[in-house]
Design a protein around this ligand. Structure first.
Ligand code: GRF
Length: 186
């Protein structure tokens, strides 16, 4: 079985979708860096081991990540899926899992990187946006793209509806992409 760790900082809906759709992989644990992240409640309900590793509890990014790497070790993790994890990873973690750390972003990268991608695309007036899954590198939303799917922004669509459509697509796409990677199709 392929072991996956999910990292989240907030709501955790993508974490939950990854757990519910697991087939060729299993979500072995959740790492959160925020003690009040709603993802923790989801982990409890789904019976997934979770670890709160707050950055403020460590003197440096290096020691924070060393702790995470230590936690992951016994799980023999094959892939890390970032799912709303609001922290840049250092070389140490990236190099420990080369081409094994995925991230999901709610736009068609390289368009609209950053924290407010859905709103930025909507405000810009683009007619097509979507979701990107990519391998993490040292930059922000710059790594090699693995998969992309589109969402049309129709004439009278509200921002709220666009957000809903994007999130629905994310929840389908993340596990599908991971399964294709595992199966050697991507
Ligand atoms: C998602 O929109 C994802 O694309 C972005 O952060 C959001 C996380 O949502 N990276 P959730 O915490 O999984 O609900």
């Amino acid at each position: 079985m392929v072991n996956v760790a999910v990292f989240a900082s907030g709501n955790g809906s993508n974490f939950e979708a990854l757990v519910k759709k697991q087939n060729q992989y299993q979500v072995s644990c959740l790492i959160v860096d925020q003690e009040h992240a709603y993802a923790i409640e989801r982990a409890k309900k789904l019976n997934i081991p979770y670890y709160v590793v707050q950055r403020s509890a460590f003197p440096s990014r290096k020691t924070h990540e060393e702790e995470i790497i230590k936690i992951l070790k016994p799980y023999k993790i094959d892939y890390i899926c970032l799912a709303g994890y609001m922290r840049i990873l250092s070389d140490k973690l990236i190099c420990s899992f080369p081409n094994r750390i995925l991230n999901i972003h709610p736009s068609l990268l390289p368009a609209f990187p950053g924290k407010h991608a859905i709103e930025d695309a909507y405000e810009h007036g683009v007619k097509v946006t979507g979701v990107t899954i990519f391998f993490i590198d040292q930059g922000i939303d710059t790594g090699r793209i693995i998969s992309q799917e589109i969402v049309y922004i129709k004439e009278d669509m509200t921002l709220k509806l666009l957000e809903e459509e994007i999130h629905q697509l994310e929840h389908i796409m993340y596990s599908q992409t991971l399964e294709k990677l595992i199966g050697g199709i991507l």
